[in-house]
Design a protein around this ligand. Structure first.
Ligand code: DAH
Length: 348
């Protein structure tokens, strides 16, 4: 019988297709191919009417059986595929709690910030408080009050960025001295860490860098207290007793003025080719002096009653010296691994 032959052929090709089905999508394609509107089984069912009446009944029964079979097998295979996929997904998402933990890097202070905190801690231990001032500063505080009038050549050395209204990016943290004196009066002991700006940009100068200002105002402050304070600070910061020397210098806001050199932290003066001190054995680390009476007066304090000293330290340089950072540009680099290697363990 032609009908029977077709039925078996459809069953065989369905079985073969089903054996090759590996995904739900493939299974769906098989479903359409056999039971869809133009599917093989559907066409067979439609052709039933064309059979002679005596064959129709048994062919109809056979076709119904085949349809049930196909539907059942589609269902079973679908379940099998779904189960297998679920299991695969479950395995791939399973968390193996016995695996070793991957290395974890935690955040850390930037070396300059670290340095700032360390020096601030030391100074706070000596009774100093932290004061701050604006980075966008008035010319009056940045220069005028600090004994640097418009004609003064020191303005050239601290060339900066000006705003149309005459304000500027502060060139040093010294203006906070004036602001603090005006706000708190005397006696006074403050440090002021912060960013400063100059029109400088080469391998050893950045247009933005960090300073820390210090100011002590009291009655009859001797010169020796300034020397002792600065020496104490650098020794505590580097964690060892370093030789220091005070060199006469000039700053418009102090009189007399000095610069502090410390023994080279790298070679202690024993290496004439030292890359840090270039064989001099000394490192310049701070500017300081006894506060000029004009500056004390600008802070609305009577210089006949009070005197004191002030200093300024470059924090970037201190960080480079302590942490052995040889290139200023690394301080602006996002590569954390450089610091993590030599720096780890220093963070509090
Ligand atoms: N303001 C100076 C600078 O930026 C540093 C400095 C020197 C600050 C002497 C002081 C000081 O307070 O007394 O170069």
């Amino acid at each position: 019988m032609a009908g029977e032959l077709n039925i078996n052929a459809v069953r065989d090709s369905f079985t073969e297709a089903l054996n090759g089905a590996n995904s739900l999508q493939e299974l769906d394609e098989i479903r359409v191919k056999f039971t869809g509107k133009k599917g093989d089984l559907t066409l067979l069912l439609r052709s039933l009417g064309k059979l002679p009446p005596e064959e129709r009944k048994s062919a109809g029964q056979e076709l119904n059986t085949l349809r049930d079979e196909i539907e059942q097998k589609l269902e079973q295979t679908g379940k099998k595929i779904r189960d297998a996929e679920n299991e695969k997904q479950e395995i791939s998402q399973r968390i193996d709690v016995t695996l070793p933990v991957k290395g974890r890097t935690s955040g850390a202070f930037h070396p300059v910030m670290q340095t700032m905190h360390e020096i601030a801690n030391i100074m706070q231990g000596l009774g100093y408080s932290v004061a701050t001032g604006p980075e966008i500063e008035e010319e009056f505080y940045n220069f005028e009050c600090l004994n640097v009038p418009a004609w003064h050549p020191a303005r050239d050395m601290q060339d900066t960025f000006y705003f149309p209204d005459g304000r500027l990016l502060r060139t040093h943290t010294s203006p906070v001295q004036i602001r603090a004196m005006l706000e708190y009066g005397a006696p006074l002991r403050i440090i002021c860490p912060g960013k400063v700006y100059r029109r400088d940009n080469d391998t050893t100068h950045s247009p933005m860098f960090n300073q820390m200002e210090g100011l002590l105002i009291d009655k009859d402050v001797p010169f020796s207290v300034m020397k002792g304070t600065l020496a104490e600070m650098v020794n505590a910061f580097f964690g060892k007793s370093l030789k220091s020397r005070f060199r006469a210098s000039y700053f418009p806001f102090t009189e007399p003025s000095m610069e502090l050199d410390i023994e080279c932290v790298e070679c202690s003066g024993h290496d004439e080719h030292c890359r840090v001190c270039h064989g001099t054995g000394w490192l310049e680390v701070a500017g300081m002096g006894m506060v000029h009476p004009n500056v004390i007066r600008a802070g609305k304090i009577d210089p006949d009653e009070f005197n004191g000293f002030a200093f300024g330290i470059g924090l970037d340089r201190m960080a480079m010296l302590k942490y052995g950072i040889s290139d200023l540009r690394l301080l602006f680099d996002g590569n954390v691994s450089y610091f993590m290697s030599g720096f780890q363990g220093e963070a509090e």
